[in-house]
Design a protein around this ligand. Structure first.
Ligand code: PEP
Length: 256
């Protein structure tokens, strides 16, 4: 059974031309080395249609959107809907990223509606969660992430769980260069798998992918990916350099 997934969140980086160049560099590698597990690219919305055309020719390579609104359509100036990203070729939607939660005030109710909208339209969701430094230092990070999951993912019915990928992203590790220690990641991932089993049963717990995200790069990924319950990575900074992202793919590919 494969739970491995590698995802690259480009955030607000690259122009459409730069994004295309990055995708083409990745294609050079992946067209000769067919990915053995899903590899997901989350470019900015302006490049989605183009990047998804590029990824479409390779099995297991997919594009996703970093954001979409919870409503299907309407008077939401500046927003992008799930049907729009779907038609642009997105197969996945990123939901709950800490930057959306903190910088754009996306709360749990909104994240739940957004998740439901994406699932209703046939997309898969990569749901991000993770504690801030205060919760880590106060030693209540497990209850913190449990609450984050209970308020969104655990409100979904069992049938949806096949379309949910979880990504543990401790906020103190995102973009800071300070990754979680492999054992710290493993502790949270194992805990999440345990509460998934309590909520949905062992089959769903054993088949749900739980990715790690937060300053994951070629120099530290081997030890992180080696952890039993770490099924892959959601990569920010290191997804912007084809060489690094390919190296991360190789490291994850070596995990069996
Ligand atoms: C992210 O934003 O999802 C992320 C993990 O970023 P970075 O790898 O740059 O810490």
């Amino acid at each position: 059974m494969n739970r491995r997934i590698l995802a690259g969140n480009w955030k607000m980086n690259t122009t459409p031309k730069e994004g295309e160049a990055l995708a083409r560099e990745l294609m050079e590698f992946f067209s000769e080395n067919n990915p053995e597990f899903p590899v997901l690219l989350f470019p900015p919305a302006t490049h989605l249609a183009n990047i998804s055309k590029i990824t479409a020719s390779i099995q297991n390579l997919s594009a996703g959107a970093q954001n979409a609104h919870s409503e299907e359509k309407g008077a939401f100036t500046g927003e992008i809907s799930v049907p729009m990203i779907k038609e642009a070729g997105a197969e996945y939607l990123l939901v709950g990223h800490s930057e959306r939660r903190t910088l754009f005030n996306e709360n749990d109710d909104f994240l739940l509606k957004k998740t439901e909208q994406a699932l209703k339209q046939g997309l898969k969701v990569v749901f991000c969660f993770g504690e801030a430094l205060e919760a880590r230092e106060a030693d209540n990070y497990l209850s913190f992430v449990q609450e984050q999951l209970e308020k969104v993912v655990f409100k979904l019915s069992e049938v949806n769980m096949g379309n949910i990928v979880l990504a543990y992203e401790p906020i103190w590790a995102i973009g800071t260069g300070k990754n979680a220690q492999p054992e710290q990641a493993q502790e949270v991932h194992a805990f999440v798998r345990k509460i998934l089993a309590e909520k949905y049963g062992t089959k769903i717990a054993e088949t749900t992918s739980i990715l790690y995200g937060g300053s994951c790069k070629p120099s530290n990924a081997k030890a992180i990916f080696a952890q039993k319950d770490v099924d892959g990575g959601l990569i920010g900074g290191a997804s912007l350099k084809a060489e690094d992202f390919i190296q991360l793919y190789k490291l994850l590919n070596a995990k069996n």
